[in-house]
Design a protein around this ligand. Structure first.
Ligand code: GLU
Length: 281
């Protein structure tokens, strides 16, 4: 059975871009008589707000999307710990005490998530008594995994290139598991067969494919859809002034009519679609 998901983080309201993403995921599942899941990605405790998650549920219903909600990330922490332990036991994680500023100052190249880590803490070894994040030893992980492929429904078969990211953080200092580790584990646990999300996350899939291999997880198909852009050509984002769905809902707008407009790609004035890989938000 086809299973898709919409996985918003409750750190800001949903906007039109999210509505579009949810519709794509919902319709991809229903085209096959499958199931559409809602997963609240509230791993970042300090920034997550429960009332926003309530809004998300109401927003989806307002758009006419039927979903089944699965366990939110905040209740899955032991699973993330177990996976991190597995990777640590495989010798693939190392502690890193560098600050963001130190990483930025020492980095010689940039990847999709920002500066590529120059491996300072891999060379100098653990620093006892200092809070550490845990990074993936990418060279070793790739050596172990060998060549990997993954399939995007729109763009076809891809050769995994996790090296683009360098030694990514999989366990954070300030919050539990990173997005990459948590989302990969959750999609497997939720039985997601088609990971639908925007092109802005296309390159992240290289990491997710590697993690699936290392952790022995099933490999889904991906469907990276174009993202809605504002008049400035940039992705609509929660932090900028894109109209919140909750505001439109409370103002009495017809959500199902909006969903129909989005399906017909009749977007509000000045809003268009971009198919650019990993457009920065
Ligand atoms: N939680 C992520 C977000 O709000 C989505 C992650 C995903 O779809 O893989 O952007």
């Amino acid at each position: 059975m086809t299973v898709t998901r919409f996985a918003p983080s409750p750190n800001g309201p949903l906007h039109l871009g999210h509505a579009f993403s949810a519709i794509v995921a919902h319709d991809r599942a229903s085209a096959d008589g499958g199931e559409f899941l809602l997963r609240i990605e509230d791993i970042d405790g300090a920034r997550s707000r429960a009332e926003l998650a309530d809004d998300f549920r109401a927003d989806l219903a307002w758009l006419g999307l039927t979903y089944r909600e699965v366990t939110p990330q905040s209740q899955r922490i032991p699973t993330y710990h177990a996976a991190a332990d597995t990777l640590r036991d495989m010798g693939l994680l190392y502690p890193c005490t560098c600050t963001r500023a130190e990483v930025a100052a020492a980095a010689v190249a940039s990847g999709p998530d920002g500066p590529i880590y120059p491996g300072t803490c891999l060379r100098r070894g653990p620093q006892p008594g200092v809070d550490a994040a845990w990074r993936l030893d990418m060279k070793n992980a790739i050596r172990l995994a060998g060549a990997l492929e993954w399939t995007d429904e729109r763009r076809g078969v891809q050769t995994a290139q996790p090296e683009l990211f360098g030694d990514v953080v999989l366990w954070r200092k300030d919050a539990p598991a990173s997005y990459h580790l948590a989302a990969t584990l959750d999609d497997a646990a939720d039985g997601v067969t088609h990971v639908t999300r925007g092109m802005d996350l296309f390159l992240s899939t290289h990491i997710h494919r590697l993690l699936q291999h290392l952790l022995g997880l099933p490999v889904p198909v991906w469907h990276h859809h174009p993202v809605l852009t504002g008049p400035d050509g940039r992705k609509l984002a929660k932090r900028r002034d894109a109209p919140a769905l909750a505001e439109r809902r409370r103002a009495g707008e017809d959500g199902q009519a909006l969903a129909a407009d989005l399906r017909a790609a009749l977007f509000a004035t000045g809003i268009s679609l971009s198919d650019t890989i990993n457009q920065q938000s």
